[in-house]
Design a protein around this ligand. Structure first.
Ligand SMILES: [Zn+2]
Ligand SMILES: [Zn+2]
Length: 249
């Protein structure tokens, strides 16, 4: 067979195989947000250049501990007044635009596959920021919420992050109370509201975390009351350092 014909056949076969792969694994071939076809370079993160530019990156100056926007150097007034028990809270995005849609779609929009992308974004960010810890854990959901959704949204994301970063996943906490809608409460009400929502698990061996660092994964951080409540328990149970990583806030 002449070379020109071989090349033609190769192109045709590649086209056929590609379309098979697309049908089987649509992931990575179209943009997650707008559905446009992706270039080779954009497949890893499944986002086109246009949508990437519009992502709500948190680029303004933030408090070095709680991560709230704070235009001056040093700690924000809230942290100066009372330091949180965690060392630092990280988040790459604001909870707006496509990131908001992604998180809501994942949790309550019938798109559980988006968890993989949330995890992927967290991994890329954690690597870029050189975030590391002895263990990874997550904000546990109430069994009733898990039954309603059909999956534990934070556990699913934390599992992938744990595997990809090579940091063991632990489950030392449980949610013992369904908390009221946080958005309808004041900051103070929120922290009282969450203080009795979480508890340590009786089947977890807490000697394992003595003097260790733990990275807590969550989807969105609002006032930080939920993350603080979990951080407080882990510190009380002997962990040395707590870091928080959420996709948005
Ligand atoms: Zn797009
Ligand atoms: Zn702060």
């Amino acid at each position: 067979m002449p070379n020109s014909q071989k090349a033609k056949l190769h192109t045709r076969l590649k086209g056929i195989i590609d379309s098979f792969i697309r049908a089987l694994h649509p992931k990575g071939y179209v943009c997650l947000f707008c559905g446009d076809e992706l270039t080779e370079a954009n497949r890893e993160e499944s986002i086109c250049d246009k949508c990437r530019e519009k992502l709500p990156y948190r680029v303004e100056q933030t408090c070095p501990v709680c991560g709230n926007y704070y235009s001056r150097e040093g700690l924000c007034p809230k942290c100066r007044k009372a330091m949180p028990s965690y060392k630092k809270a990280y988040a790459p995005f604001d909870f707006s635009g496509n990131i908001r849609k992604m998180i809501i779609g994942y949790k309550d929009g019938g798109k559980p596959f988006l968890g993989e992308y949330i995890a992927r974004y967290l991994v890329i960010f954690a690597r870029a920021m050189e975030i590391t810890a002895d263990y990874i854990t997550f904000i546990p959901s109430h069994p009733k919420t898990i039954r309603r959704r059909g999956f534990d949204h934070c556990l699913k994301v934390a599992k992938i992050v744990s595997e990809q970063l090579g940091i063991p996943l632990i489950e030392p906490l449980k949610r013992i109370k369904l908390n009221k809608d946080q958005t309808k409460l004041t900051t103070e009400e929120r922290s009282t509201n969450v203080s009795k929502v979480f508890a340590k698990r009786d089947d977890f061996d807490f000697t394992a975390i003595q003097g260790k660092s733990i990275l807590i994964i969550d989807d969105v951080m609002t006032t930080g009351a939920t993350c603080s409540a979990c951080s407080n328990i882990l510190k009380r149970m002997g962990a040395e350092t707590i870091l928080i990583l959420t996709l948005a806030r």
